[in-house]
Design a protein around this ligand. Sequence first.
Ligand code: NAI
Ligand code: A1CAB
Length: 277
Amino acid sequence: MAQTNGLENAGTILLLGCGKMGSAMLDGWLKAGIPPGQVYVNDPYPSDWLKGLKNKGLTLNASIPANVDVCILAIKPQMMHDALPSLQALGNGSTVFLSIAAGTTLATLASLLGEKSPIVRAMPNTPAAVGCGITALIGNQHVSADILDKIEAFVAVVGDTVRLQNEGQMDAVTGVSGSGPAYVFHLIETLAAAGEKQGLNAELAMKLAKTTVWGAGQLAMKSDQTPADLRVGVTSPNGTTAAALEVLMNDHEGFPALLDKGVTAAVNRSIELGKNG
Ligand SMILES: NC(=O)C1=CN([C@@H]2O[C@H](COP(=O)(O)OP(=O)(O)OC[C@H]3O[C@@H](n4cnc5c(N)ncnc54)[C@H](O)[C@@H]3O)[C@@H](O)[C@H]2O)C=CC1
Ligand SMILES: O=C(O)[C@@H]1CCC=N1
């Protein structure tokens, strides 16, 4: 039997906002077999890649179609109040909305889109661009198990998925995995810079830093051992790693304290964005 990905009956799709996240997801849907003829995209600043998809049948910047099965909101949270009133005709309960905006709550989305609307809130991350994202999802009271399965299929084609128990978890998810890739990219930058300071040329230092983060990520995912055990496995008694970890694992000014402060700042900003919504 042919393999299915849950998107065979995706229906008519409207994507509002096709920047970094919107285009990563759109690319995933098209690669997963959604015909471009089923896809409408509205974005006032379309990329060349997006414009090129018009030749394949995608509809760009047309008026809102009368019947939309799934409408994906991939605009900035600050744009919701201006942009969503244009979608109110879709708020009769038959269109399912998927918002990936940080902070914007299900209640705010329902107030802007129509209280009958089935709305799923999700938090993906940019590794979705290479099919390695992780997206957390939660639906409002109008989202049935079947609808949630269907919407999950839209994000599952660009990576792993998790379902949340309650919307309150979304701020913490945003601080850990939504913003998380930036922390890891910064780790790569700073590891490479430290290598340069030790005399390596820039290209070599960056190759070592990138491949080390990639390899450690692969090992953490594939090994039966916990990350803590894997760390111990690198650390020879009285060796080089132990010397580094003595500095990095300092509770007050090392990784644990810094990352905790960073994640807390992201979570607080997510809560603030939600209140402003
Ligand atoms: N970048 C990231 O790592 C992640 C972003 N998000 C969320 O995804 C959403 C989009 O973020 P990015 O893709 O990073 O931003 P972006 O700035 O790359 O994309 C936003 C797009 O919206 C378009 N736009 C502006 N006004 C519009 C309107 N009225 N109608 C239609 N399109 C409009 C812009 O031209 C732009 O292409 C945000 O709500 C963000 O919180 C969620 C998870 C991760
Ligand atoms: O920085 C932001 O607000 C968005 C949400 C998560 C990642 N990027």
